[in-house]
Design a protein around this ligand. Structure first.
Ligand SMILES: [Zn+2]
Length: 396
């Protein structure tokens, strides 16, 4: 059974997302009871998409409420920045959000339809879902639910979001503290030949033995945290005894797909590498597991018996015992391991990974490698709670 909605031209999009007409009236006496109905219904966040002069209701909101004005001229489409801001607020909120314009139709309709794109549906699915949820207000206006120009926006927004995502993922500064002079290696379309240089594991690494050599550092990042959309290292991923308020929130809100979608921990890996054309300079590769790590793993799994690509990064560290157990690390005559050859497509994603024999030893380079156990900025539980803001209960 549908729960009763508080005011007439309103509809439910999800458990926390409601959309509809202006929540106030021209005269305060009529406006206040209308607004009160929405407050009684549990609306905490109000997002106003109008730009015309209407009787302002903001001053009547109680302290626990927030108000955001993302003004859009009637019969036009909200900017993608404003749409994303709207969707970010919804996805980060655990309280009910009310998105409205004047009539609750065109501008609000676009914000609702594009929300389904934001949570990952296809254009067709988004259209279908929009038509379904907006049924209660259909027929209020003579024309079709959304104008054709506005339907086009779904596809455009999908592309804009994809482009925008790549940008934010390249912003590593937030959680990485690299030594002076060491920079991130950007992934651009084309062929990239790099040598992965192992580093000496530090005692800070909760998952391995200090002093040993290893070639990558795996960790998890929560993106889109708090109002600044920060990217933060999940503290659980660097030490299993740490607690993470964001993971706890995800655990407690499993049923609220849209609220947790954009903060799910994302697996990433750091590598020390040198480029073939700059053999003395260490770069850091910071990529999601999906972009790079899984391609490396799959190439190693599919190697021939005598190839032993699994030791591609650290052949110089082979002991006699290793050799007894696994055989020679690479083909006879090339005991110096493998360089990695990546082909990268125009979306900055890796298409193929290959290995070829290395012609020199990495021994000297190992001393230059950045200690990857010491470059991640991991915030305390309290600090993360604060950054996460209203997405989480800060009370006991
Ligand atoms: Zn976490």
């Amino acid at each position: 059974m549908q729960p009763t909605l508080p005011i007439k031209y309103t509809y439910k999009v999800t458990d926390i997302f409601y959309a509809g007409e202006y929540p106030f009236e021209e005269e305060q006496d009529d406006g206040l009871p209308k607004l009160q109905k929405l407050l009684d219904f549990g609306i905490v966040h109000f997002i106003n998409l109008t730009s015309e002069r209407l009787t302002e209701y903001r001053e009547f909101l109680p302290k626990h409420c927030t108000y955001t004005n993302l003004s859009t001229v009637d019969y036009t489409v909200p900017s993608f920045e404003n749409l994303k801001k709207t969707h970010d607020i919804i996805s980060q909120s655990k309280d009910k959000v009310y998105v409205h314009c004047k009539g609750g139709h065109d501008r609000t309709g676009v914000a609702v339809a594009t929300y389904f794109i934001y949570i990952g549906l296809t254009v067709e699915e988004a259209k279908e879902r929009y038509l379904k949820v907006s049924k209660p207000v259909k027929g209020r206006y003579p024309h079709t639910p959304l104008m054709e120009t506005q339907w086009k926006v779904l596809k455009e927004y999908q592309k804009w979001l994809a482009d925008h995502k790549t940008e934010t993922h390249e912003d590593h500064d937030e959680y990485l503290k690299l030594p002076d002079g060491v920079s991130i290696l950007p992934f651009q379309e084309g062929v990239l030949c790099v040598d992965v240089i192992p580093y000496t594991l530090a005692k800070e690494n909760a998952y391995a033995n200090a002093g040993e050599l290893w070639h990558e550092k795996t960790f998890y990042v929560h993106n889109n945290v708090g109002h600044n959309n920060a990217a933060v290292v999940c503290p659980k991923s660097t030490d299993p005894t740490n607690k993470c308020p964001i993971c706890e929130y995800i655990q407690a809100n499993q049923s609220n797909e849209s609220a947790i979608k954009n903060i799910q921990p994302q697996e990433r890996q750091l590598f020390n590498v040198i480029k073939a054309d700059e053999p003395d300079k260490i770069y850091i590769v910071n990529q999601t597991y999906r972009t790079l790590g899984q391609h490396i793993d799959s190439r190693i799994r599919n190697a021939k018996d005598n190839e032993h690509f699994e030791f591609f990064a650290a052949p110089d560290t082979w002991t006699k015992e290793d050799e007894k157990e696994y055989g020679k690390p690479v083909k006879a005559g090339t005991p110096k391991g493998m360089t990695m050859k990546l082909t990268i497509n125009d979306n900055a994603l890796v298409d193929t990974v290959n290995f070829k024999p290395r012609k020199y030893t990495t021994k000297k380079l190992i001393d230059k490698a950045v200690n990857l156990d010491k470059v991640l900025i991991v915030h305390s539980y309290k600090k993360l709670q604060k950054m996460f803001g209203n997405g989480i209960d800060t009370g006991e």
